[in-house]
Ligand binder design. Structure first.
Ligand code: FNR
Length: 359
């Protein structure tokens, strides 16, 4: 496998479609219902514009940043996404390698194809977060939190927007069932996920997540707990009140609640309410360096991508993932240069304008 020759991230989808079996591809690409929210996620970046700043005397922008004192070479991180074995035999291990190669941050899903320990080892000391899908079985939740801690995870992402599977028509049409097991579920009494659809897996976890659960998890683990799936200022403040050490603004890439706003559109009001009390991670629809720039300028501290990295994994394993992050960093570098911003802190302070365009 070689590095990929990438023109842009959106073009990867069609390439990946040729090599990922139809059921798995449908699961990855799909959103819920008529996919309105999914489509608006990316379109929404045109609701704000970057103010070009010239005469700024910048030679080489610096993309490095940090979260919870962890140094990163890029503000773009890997979102937690399930079952990466659908895209490549090495699954999350290669994703971890690719992300490590760019000095980025990897998030592992509870529903990973490879185990917490194996994925962590593949990243060779590069920082990782662990995403928890809480289950009704607290022994199981606690064992995952313990394993993540032992494997060196730096934070827990507690996903709050998937208490039930979104109405995903691609999966229904394909009658999609995972052909591979989920390594972390082998200890779960309801099985390892193989031969089940995502809806059945969510149902057997039977999440009914509340502020009390955030409190309970934050009390159990000494890792920072970041609540993922927040889409309103009120919920951000409730999560912080319940002990969240970070807020992850996301609508799950348009896979859960269809009809909700584009994730980018809700970010500024959430950032205003959070007011730097805790860091903010943002995702859903990010495909361009200019999107990363706008998300940072609108209040995010880190920006995550899901699908494009999985396509890179399918097309080129670890080097494919690395290529995707390098492409986004390359576009971000150019954007920063042209916008007159030398550092990520400069980007976070950069103004956005809001002209209305017909298209
Ligand atoms: C996801 N996402 C997700 N989120 C999560 O918290 N736990 C998970 O296991 C998964 N699994 C998952 C699988 C696949 C195939 C996709 C595409 C997404 C959501 C993910 O973390 C992120 O929010 C979105 O992928 C971001 O949107 P984009 O970048 O894909 O548009």
């Amino acid at each position: 496998e070689n590095k990929l020759d990438i023109l842009n991230l959106p073009s990867l989808e069609a390439e990946a479609k040729k090599i990922i079996p139809a059921g798995g591809f449908g699961y990855i690409v799909g959103g819920s219902e008529d996919e309105w929210t999914l489509a608006e996620n990316t379109k929404a970046f045109s609701h704000a514009q970057i103010v070009p700043k010239v005469l700024s005397n910048i030679e080489q922008p610096d993309l490095s940043t940090s979260i919870f004192g962890i140094s990163l070479k890029t503000p773009v991180m890997m979102a937690p996404t399930a079952a990466q074995g659908l895209a490549h035999s090495q699954g999350e291990k290669d994703t971890a390698r690719g992300v490590a190669a760019v000095g980025g941050l990897m998030a592992q899903s509870t529903y990973s194809s490879t185990s917490i320990a194996d994925t962590a080892a593949a990243g060779e000391g590069a920082p990782q977060f662990f995403q928890l899908y809480m289950s009704k079985d607290w022994t199981f939740n606690e064992s995952l939190l313990d394993e993540a801690k032992k494997a060196g995870a730096k934070a827990i992402l507690l996903t709050s927007d998937a208490t039930v599977d979104g109405y995903r028509e691609e999966d229904i049409v394909n009658n999609f069932q995972f052909p591979i097991p989920m390594a972390n579920l082998t200890k779960f009494s309801e099985g390892d996920g193989k031969g089940k659809g995502i809806g059945e897996i969510y149902a057997s976890a039977a999440q009914k997540i509340s502020e009390d659960d955030v409190r309970r998890i934050a009390a159990y683990t000494d890792l920072p707990v970041i609540v993922k799936g927040v889409q309103s200022p009120e919920d951000a403040l409730r999560a912080i009140g319940a002990g969240a050490a970070g807020i992850y603004v996301s609508n799950h890439g348009g896979r859960q609640l269809n009809g909700g706003p584009a994730s980018f559109d809700v970010l500024p009001a959430i950032a205003k309410a959070v007011n730097h009390q805790v860091p903010i991670i943002f995702d859903s629809g990010v495909r361009r360096g200019s999107h990363v720039f706008k998300a940072l300028a609108a209040g995010a501290d880190l920006v995550a991508i899901g699908r494009p990295a999985i396509y890179g994994l399918a097309l080129g394993g670890a080097l494919g993932v690395q290529s995707v992050f390098e492409q986004l960093d390359h576009e971000l570098t150019i954007t920063m240069q042209l916008a007159g911003t030398k550092t990520i802190e400069d980007v976070k302070r950069a103004p956005l304008t809001h002209f209305n365009y017909a298209d």
